[in-house]
Ligand binder design. Structure first.
Ligand code: CP
Length: 306
């Protein structure tokens, strides 16, 4: 499968996902050996209009470990010509002259699609808007599930948090929906439940799912808990106790011994640091995997150009 841009997770087929994961395994070995110079003629631009730690640093590390170079702006709203009124399309046209791939985090849903429409070089969506997508996060999430659970079929996965605005959850739900006998649980305060477009997609594919506003009776039987933040300020119904969605040692004691806890990070209070040392806490391994999967994606895009 030859992709020009990476905009949304639906672009990936099941065979292309397994290919990508094999490539990520190879990248892990390459990093252990100290990297490669194979891509020393490649330049990657990271254009971030919103803050990031994991996505930007892991992409930049990925490019350096492949032997390439990086052009970066971490606060493009302020430090790019947008401040002079330049539109996204013109900025992309300009930066594409200086780089072979552009990694873009934009504040508007659809920002990456707009960029791809005018860009002669690949655009990678590093997160668009609050309710858009974050496909490379979903790919590293799926790779983590595959690495930890040794399968992607027959799994039960609980998504917990403010799911209406969770672009990582949205992207991962699209990917998980491609596998067999998957059961998804979307657990959120009622006013922050997952949006209908995801449910319609799952219905079309015959994927089994359940909506709930509590983890009770679910957390003890799932293979994966995918925890996300809930912004207290967004809550309209002040009677909702957000602490009921948090994971602490008490919740952990109810989970299956071979389940895993994931989080795209950064976390706030929703996972107690006391949980970090439990082998089921997979979120730091998940963040590490971001490096290997993003190296794999960059090499895939560069090879597609050949
Ligand atoms: N998970 C994630 O996208 O983290 P950053 O916002 O730090 O990139």
């Amino acid at each position: 499968m030859k992709l020009k841009h990476i905009i949304e997770s639906q672009q990936f087929t099941v065979p292309s996902l397994y290919d990508l994961f094999e490539r990520a395994d190879q990248m892990k070995k390459i990093v252990k050996r100290g990297g490669t110079r194979d891509y020393q003629n490649k330049v990657m631009a990271t254009l971030f209009y919103k803050p990031s730690t994991r996505t930007r640093f892991s992409f930049e590390s990925a490019m350096y470990r492949l032997g390439g170079s990086v052009l970066s702006t971490e606060q493009a709203k302020e430090f790019s010509s947008e401040i002079e009124g330049e539109n996204l399309e013109d900025t992309i046209r300009i930066i594409s002259n200086y780089s072979d791939v552009i990694v873009l985090r934009h504040y508007e849903e659809g920002g990456a699609k707009r960029a791809a429409a005018v860009s002669p070089v690949p655009i990678i969506n590093a997160g668009d808007g609050s309710g858009g997508q974050h496909p490379t996060q979903a790919l590293l999430d799926l790779y983590t599930i595959y690495s930890e659970c040794k399968t992607l079929d027959g799994l039960s996965v609980a998504f917990v948090g403010a799911l209406d605005q969770g672009r990582t959850v949205r992207s991962l739900a699209y990917l998980l929906g491609k596998f067999d006998r998957i059961k998804l649980y979307f657990i959120a305060p009622l006013e922050m439940t997952i949006k209908n477009d995801i449910l319609e997609y799952l219905d079309e594919r015959g994927v089994s799912y359940q909506l709930a506003d509590s983890t009770d009776g679910i957390i003890n039987r799932v293979d994966v808990v995918y925890q996300t933040r809930i912004d207290k300020k967004r809550l309209i119904n002040k009677d909702v106790k957000l602490s009921q969605y948090n994971i602490d040692k008490n919740v952990l004691s109810k989970m299956k011994y071979n389940s895993i806890i994931m989080h795209p990070l950064p976390r706030s209070v929703e996972i107690d640091p006391a949980v970090d040392t439990d082998p089921r806490a997979a979120y730091f391994r998940q963040a590490e995997n971001g490096l290997y999967v993003r190296m794999a994606l960059l090499t895939m895009l560069f090879e597609n150009e050949e």
